[in-house]
Design a protein around this ligand. Structure first.
Ligand code: DGT
Ligand code: CA
Ligand code: CA
Ligand code: ZN
Length: 590
């Protein structure tokens, strides 16, 4: 067996053990679905289990030309398929099988209790090709008529369809975080764990998470896995091998556990934190330096000889390449290597840098707490100033404020201010709608009396790109508007951003000295990380706001901070890190 021309190419396009295992499982599902010989189906399932349980990388084994048939359950045929998958990432047979089965049918397999056989029956007998079609068939009572189904199964399927539909979606980071924290508490019940960390997109603070990757250092692997297996809320154990175990929770989230030895912990953490793109660059640098880096460690390569040089901590792994310990949020192969070359990473913003919150609602509109309650909660969280920004009249569902009511609220704020200590500042604000036809929802004479005016689009989100862009540019031209709130209107997993020419918005914001909001609500998080980075480059100030509608709503700030860190923002890029006297001067100059 000859070595591939370039290691880098093969690993970038190739697959690791998990992906090869996934491919074999899919082959097995498809074979079973198409009514293939059960022995053949089982051969692929067994091979998948063997591969997932391996403690070494198949990619490396293929590179070295190892004899794969030495592995349990792997004959010549399967060995050939592993080589193809490791080298090209593709398997001809799998492509062919996929082409025989309509898209969507395999989604039926995600329903708990529906395997390939039942799915095949649903397809052949009722012509069902998607989750939606299956839901309709269940509701019409057609599924219970099938042989081996019955009313109970039908009911179970109907429930399971929602689970399956969810399994397709990436989870909000905030929800994944709750699970990660509860799982961490659960794993504390196992005294044999030396280290535990969650890697992957979760650690990088991505706004949504595909699955959770948990790393554990322990010498007692079985004990750790047994503890994991009894975590409440596990719907199924997907696989359990020598060092790796995967489960799916009732919520649909998959969790991969890897148990690694102490000397590999840093290397594994680095590898599984990713991103993949970041790791490709790191591996390339290692190669340049005559080294090799993988999830087991950093190795000096000397002909056939590989000597372990580092791996216990991430810092030492990076240090062997002369690289700094990148904060996980930076690891996207965007600017981090350039920063490292220049000798210094930016000091990313932290939650404790924030001194104020400039977007929140009260009982005057759709909030659940009074102004006084919001003040007390903000103080408890260490803030020095807040702006009350209730909705304007156009948002009638939230009983938005007309000119008279907002002026009354500001009079009340003046009264409260007189009772406040000097160390806390309460601002008269408003979240004023940008009307569908353009223009602001409140007259200029009213806006002129505010300390802080947010402008936002809530209605007419389906207008054309030109119309929406014009509306926002118009708001930026208004001398009393301070900032644009949630500038793209997206709701993660639910609503796409509205059509808007953000470049034009950024240019105008820059010209007019306006501020753009990063909304910290974990379901919004607009601007996204790339937008924030672009704003930073242009020197447009960002405000990170909670948009709280209750006292607890103030706690979402940390999600906004994560997003800001992914964008590379520092304290200086975010205006609500400034003490109030400084911020006040900035707003005056604006
Ligand atoms: P996710 O789960 O879709 O939100 O995203 P990640 O980044 O958590 O991806 P995941 O769970 O597939 O893998 C975790 C990390 O492991 C990933 O960020 C980098 C590393 N990794 C996984 N597979 C590969 C691979 O085939 N090649 C390389 N270089 N790295 C990989
Ligand atoms: Ca992941
Ligand atoms: Ca994973
Ligand atoms: Zn709001």
């Amino acid at each position: 067996m000859s070595k591939p021309a370039s290691d880098e190419g093969s690993s970038a396009e190739g697959m690791d053990n998990e992906r090869i295992g996934n491919a074999f499982d899919e082959v097995a599902d498809l074979l079973e679905f198409t009514g293939s010989n059960p022995f053949r189906v089982r051969a692929y399932r067994n091979a998948s289990r063997t591969i997932r349980g391996l403690s070494q990388s198949l990619r490396d084994a293929v590179d070295r030309g190892d004899d794969l048939t030495q592995m349990e359950g792997i004959g010549d045929d399967l060995a050939g398929k592993i080589i193809a998958l490791a080298r090209t990432g593709k398997l001809e047979m799998l492509e062919e099988l996929r082409s025989k089965v309509p898209d969507g049918v395999m989604a039926l397999l995600r329903i708990p209790g529906v395997g390939p056989k039942k799915a095949a029956l649903l397809f052949k007998e009722l012509g069902i090709k998607s989750l939606d079609e299956l839901r309709t068939a269940c509701e019409q009572g057609r599924v219970r008529e099938l042989k081996g189904f019955g009313a109970k199964t039908e009911e179970g399927i109907l429930k399971g369809i929602d689970v399956a539909a969810q399994a397709n979606q990436r989870m909000f980071w905030s929800e994944a975080d709750e699970i990660a924290q509860s799982l961490r508490r659960h794993m504390r019940g196992c005294p044999r764990i030396e280290q535990l960390e969650f890697a992957g997109s979760y650690r990088r603070g991505q706004e949504t998470v595909g699955d959770l990757d948990m790393l554990v250092v322990s010498s007692e692997i079985a004990t750790v896995m047994n503890q994991f297996a009894c975590y409440p809320g596990i719907a199924a154990v997907i696989g359990r091998g020598d060092t790796k175990m995967s489960v799916r929770l009732d919520s649909g989230l998959q969790i991969d556990l890897r148990v690694v030895p102490r000397e590999s912990y840093g290397a594994a953490l680095q590898y599984f934190t990713g991103s993949k793109e970041h790791n490709v660059v790191v591996r390339g640098m290692a190669k340049q330096a005559g080294m090799k880096i993988n999830e087991y460690g950093v190795f000096r390569v000397d002909g056939e000889q590989e000597t372990y040089v580092a791996g216990a901590s991430e810092a030492e792994v990076y240090a062997t390449l002369g690289l700094p310990l990148f904060p996980p949020e930076m690891r996207e192969a965007r600017q981090e290597f350039e920063w490292a070359r220049q000798g210094e990473l930016p000091r990313l913003i932290e939650l404790s840098d924030l001194r104020g919150d400039l977007h929140m609602h009260t009982t005057a509109t759709d909030g659940a707490a009074s102004i006084e309650q919001m003040i007390a909660a903000a103080r408890k969280r260490g803030l020095e100033y807040i702006a009350i920004t209730d909705h304007s009249q156009r948002v009638s569902m939230a009983r938005g404020l007309d000119a008279q009511r907002v002026l009354a609220q500001w009079a009340e704020i003046d009264r409260i201010r007189r009772e406040l200590d000097d160390d806390f500042v309460l601002l008269k604000g408003i979240e004023c709608d940008i009307l569908e036809k353009g223009g602001m929802d409140l007259p200029d004479e009213v806006l002129a009396q505010a300390d802080w005016v947010l402008a936002s689009v809530h209605y007419g989100q389906r207008q054309s790109r030109a119309e929406i862009t014009e509306r926002i540019l118009g708001a930026l031209d208004n001398p009393y508007v301070t900032a644009i709130a949630h500038p793209t209107g997206r709701l993660l997993n639910q609503r796409e951003p509205y059509e808007v020419d953000l470049e034009a918005v950024f240019r105008r914001a820059k010209e007019r000295g306006k501020i753009l909001e990063l909304n910290a609500n974990p379901h919004r998080l607009d601007l996204n990380d790339l937008h924030c980075a672009a704003a930073r480059k242009l020197g447009i100030p960002i405000v990170i706001s909670t948009d709280a509608h209750s006292v607890n709503g103030l706690d979402v700030m940390r999600y906004g901070i994560l997003q800001a860190r992914r964008a590379g923002l520092t304290r200086d890029d975010v205006i609500n890190t400034r003490p109030w006297p400084q911020l006040r001067k900035m707003l005056r100059n604006a």
